[in-house]
Design a binder for this molecule. Structure first.
Ligand SMILES: [Zn+2]
Length: 228
């Protein structure tokens, strides 16, 4: 038996948590007193409450924004402006920060519920707002229909800016973006140059894309707020 120094009652040793700093290796408060104190402290913590209420205002839907649930998911939503929202098991929601990975100009997101995987945000938006991907395969066995950005800005994931297009249509759209007209061909000198440093060409193209993208989603820290 041990005396709890908070409630002044004698209790059994199993009702005390381990705490190495004490002489006998057990906490001087019993488990009940500890949990009571933690609850009160959490409710009276003004900074915590303020942080959550401030974040909630930021997480509310913007003008003309609509959140829809992602097919096959239970805790992930996507909006027509390209923002992704997830809810934890405890009912707390986050606006997710989009990721730009090396070598790709498109925003990606990690879906943290089974089956866990990384997807492109523009595909999520197009699938939830324009129906699922039309069926069809190319000769190489890849899907025939891709998501096409109408203004050729790969970071503008507005639902009005996206549509399903075949590989050929999408390629022809992007040709205008790179300044090539129909029937454009590289000269043989440039072809030989490109053979040697294909990776360098890719890097240059990627950097040029990033320079053009002035319309970025504002980067936000992880916001926490409670869903009613
Ligand atoms: Zn106690």
């Amino acid at each position: 038996m041990k005396l709890c120094s908070k409630c002044k009652q004698k209790k059994e040793l199993t009702e005390f948590r381990k705490y190495d700093a004490c002489r006998d290796g057990l906490n001087c408060w019993c488990n009940e007193c500890c949990s009571k104190y933690a609850k009160q402290h959490y409710q009276n913590d003004d900074e915590n409450v303020k942080r959550r209420t401030e974040a909630s205002e930021h997480c509310k839907p913007l003008l003309n924004e609509e959140f829809r649930i992602v097919a096959g998911c239970q805790r992930t939503w996507v909006s027509n402006l390209g923002r992704v929202l997830t809810k934890t098991k405890w009912g707390i929601s986050h606006i997710r920060k989009p990721v730009l990975r090396k070598g790709s100009p498109y925003y990606q997101i990690y879906i943290n519920e089974p089956p866990r995987h990384i997807t492109y945000i523009h595909v999520l938006v197009c699938e939830t707002f324009h129906g699922s991907r039309p069926k069809g395969l190319t000769k190489k066995g890849k899907p025939l229909y891709q998501v096409s950005h109408k203004d050729n800005n790969p970071t503008n994931n507005n639902a009005n800016n996206l549509e399903w297009a075949t590989v050929k249509e999408n390629f022809n759209n992007s040709r205008h973006y790179f300044g090539m007209k129909k029937g454009f061909k590289h000269s043989e000198e440039t072809k030989q140059k490109m053979k040697g440093n294909r990776n360098a060409c890719r890097k240059n193209r990627h950097n040029a894309l990033l320079k053009r993208n002035n319309q970025r989603i504002p980067e936000t820290d992880i916001n926490v707020w409670e869903v009613k």
